[in-house]
Write a protein that binds this ligand. Structure first.
Ligand SMILES: C[C@](O)(CO)[C@H](O)COP(=O)(O)OP(=O)(O)OC[C@H]1O[C@@H](n2ccc(N)nc2=O)[C@H](O)[C@@H]1O
Ligand SMILES: Nc1ncnc2c1ncn2[C@@H]1O[C@H](COP(=O)(O)OP(=O)(O)OP(=O)(O)O)[C@@H](O)[C@H]1O
Length: 305
């Protein structure tokens, strides 16, 4: 029986502005997404039952049942298309789990793209993106990739101009953070300290957009911003040490990635990233240290040889 495989990148948010809590339980965002060269691979094959197999070091942290976001994606697509959803899904997991890098969203996006191919669906990009948005706020970006401005709850995307490649070091923490917990914590901190001088809210990050278009990493570095960082630091105070260690190791800037706890360090070039990664690895502040670059394209079918 045939199969299809999609390769999907992780993401970081170069800017994450969090506005007010909406009536539907989501926060209004203004975010600049960037896809990074750290990939999961999702394969779907026709089968007698819907099943999920996860491979990779972190496989035990990922549900291998119908609650897996990739399985939910396949069911949502099959329902939309009136197709039998029974496929065997295999996820080669490489993106940190519960790390703030949209790992589950990447797998959902990969499952959509691979299943659409397996079933030879005649589905428009907009239909696919609408299904993606129902699965999670980050899923449309995992489909699209590159660099994009996200508004609404993060699902409304506008591609942005970017020049050159940015080089990153990622410090992966030993314990994950739950995204809803981090949003709840920012609400708690905001209710406590009504004055939020550093919050970006829903303003568009124009200076960062210009810096990204110019391709000047030294202009980009001081403009990285994450409104969720105080909440992630409040829940995992050790991350302060990680951020300090990255800067001391020679990174131009460091931020918590999305809802954390992965910390992302922007470096001057690929050589600098290798040297920062080596130094961070020795400092013992992270469970794992990786290098990656971006922006890279979103979910793509892997050609079958
Ligand atoms: C932190 C980010 O990764 C930044 O890109 C995203 O905002 C999170 O996106 P995601 O993991 O796809 O999140 P979803 O699965 O859509 O939502 C999970 C939970 O996160 C919170 N959530 C998410 C997105 C948003 N704009 N406001 C929120 O408050 C809500 O409590 C929601 O129930
Ligand atoms: N395919 C999947 N991969 C990883 N986690 C999954 C998957 N499906 C369901 N989950 C569950 O979702 C939780 C969040 O995992 P995920 O790796 O997506 O977090 P995240 O990267 O912090 O998300 P985001 O950056 O989108 O907020 C995990 O604890 C896991 O139990």
């Amino acid at each position: 029986m045939g199969g299809a495989t999609a390769r999907v990148p992780a993401k970081i948010n170069l800017h994450l502005g969090v506005g007010p809590l909406r009536d539907d339980g989501f926060h209004e965002l203004s975010t600049l997404y960037c896809a990074l060269s750290l990939y999961d691979e999702v394969t779907v094959r026709a089968a007698d039952d819907l099943s999920v197999t996860v491979r990779g070091e972190s496989r035990r942290q990922v549900p291998a049942d119908a609650t897996n976001l990739a399985a939910r994606a396949v069911v949502a697509l099959a329902t939309h298309a009136g197709t039998d959803p029974r496929v065997a899904i295999t996820i080669a997991k490489n993106i940190p789990v519960a790390g703030g890098m949209a790992g589950g969203s990447a797998d959902a996006a990969g499952a959509l793209v691979a299943a659409a191919r397996l079933w030879r669906l005649d589905i428009t990009r907009d239909e696919l993106l609408a299904i993606a948005a129902d699965l999670g706020s980050d899923v449309p970006f995992s489909v699209v990739g590159g660099a994009a401005l996200g508004t609404g709850r993060g699902e409304r995307l506008l591609p942005v101009l970017h020049r050159g490649e940015l080089h990153w070091v990622l410090a992966v923490a030993g314990t994950g953070l739950s995204t809803p917990d981090v949003y709840r914590e920012i609400d708690r901190l905001r209710a406590r300290d009504e004055d939020q001088p550093t919050a970006a809210g829903t303003a568009r990050p124009d200076p960062l957009l210009q810096a990204l278009a110019s391709g000047d990493v030294h202009a980009v570095a001081p403009l990285l911003h994450n409104d969720l960082q105080p909440a992630a630091l409040s829940l995992q105070p050790m991350l302060r040490r990680t951020l300090r260690a990255g800067r001391e190791a020679g990174a131009l800037a460091g931020i918590v990635s999305g809802s954390g706890p992965t910390c992302a360090f922007l470096c001057a070039d690929a050589d600098a990233a290798v040297s920062v990664a080596a130094e961070l690895s020795g400092s013992g502040v992270a469970k794992a240290v990786r290098t990656a670059s971006g922006p890279v394209p979103g979910a793509r079918l892997v050609p079958i040889n």
